[in-house]
Design a binder for this molecule. Structure first.
Ligand code: G3P
Ligand code: CA
Length: 265
């Protein structure tokens, strides 16, 4: 197993459960979120989608097919219809009672025991036009919601819309694909643009895919005032490598491995 540099400190990184503890329970289900809380993660990452009757559910794909026994797009079904589906058997038959949870249900379960990173996926569908604003409303309903619930998206428009609607909300920019110098420059400009109305930085972090990172790239992002949360290294070797590069957080399907690394430091 890889040697851990003595300079790493426990408090230097956040442990983030990707779609809950999705390595040991079906992703984005109450079982996966309960398991992550029990492990003592710092944060839970999840994805949200809108149903036909505009209820927000916690679900990754546009289509129901991969992770339920249903078929077709989430936005073509009502919440009641989606609640009939089995969201656990695809992973292991012992999880057959798992349902697609609503965002409200998940936030009520977590209730500030750890942070939550909500990813807004882009959808070219009318339901998604005011989606960021709807999510801010949900954050407002939770006790101290601004403190422990953070929005992230690949789409700057959603981040911008959320801030225009309510400037108290915390956000992160999700970076998909290659991180090149011009791309970083673009994000720094975007951050400056987003921050124009107020002195503080609205977009505090960039969350790149881990294969795109190097020590130099992490250094550059830090030098420009961004935190770096990377997704999704799933083994100890890759996690230790990311920590040595100086990332601020790791989003992983196996948070238990990171908890062990933190103990070993
Ligand atoms: O948090 C970043 C990560 O979740 C993005 O990828 O496909 O797992 O939502 P995906
Ligand atoms: Ca995600």
């Amino acid at each position: 197993s890889p040697v851990i540099d003595k300079s790493l400190k426990k408090e230097h990184f956040d442990i983030i459960a990707h779609k809950g503890a999705s390595g040991i329970a079906p992703e984005n289900t109450m079982a996966a979120f309960r398991a992550a809380i029990e492990m003592g993660v710092d944060m839970i990452e999840l994805d949200v989608r809108n149903t036909k009757d505009e209820e927000i559910v916690v679900f990754h794909d546009e289509f129901l097919d991969r992770t339920t026994n249903g078929t077709g797009a989430v936005h073509d079904y009502t919440l009641e219809e989606i609640r009939q589906l089995d969201a656990g058997s695809w992973f292991d038959p012992k999880f057959r009672d798992e349902r697609v949870p609503t965002l409200k249900e998940v936030l009520d379960l977590i209730n500030g025991r750890c942070k939550v990173l909500i990813e807004i996926k882009h959808m070219d569908h009318p339901h998604y036009h005011d989606f960021a604003e709807k999510l801010v409303d949900v954050i407002r309903e939770e006790k101290n919601g601004y403190e422990w619930i953070i929005l992230q998206s690949e789409e700057v428009e959603y981040i911008e819309a959320a801030h225009e609607y309510d400037d108290h909300v915390q956000t992160k920019k999700l970076m998909i694909g290659e991180d090149s110098a011009p791309l970083i420059a673009f994000y720094v400009e975007t951050k400056m643009h987003l921050g124009r109305a107020k002195e503080d930085d609205r977009m505090k972090a960039l969350n790149p895919e881990y294969h795109t990172l190097s020590t130099r790239r992490v250094f550059r992002m830090h030098a420009r005032g961004f935190q770096v949360y990377t997704y999704s290294p799933n083994n100890r070797e890759d996690m230790v490598k990311m920590l040595h590069m100086g990332v601020d957080g790791i989003i992983t399907d196996y948070p238990q491995i990171l908890i062990q690394i933190r103990k070993d430091i």
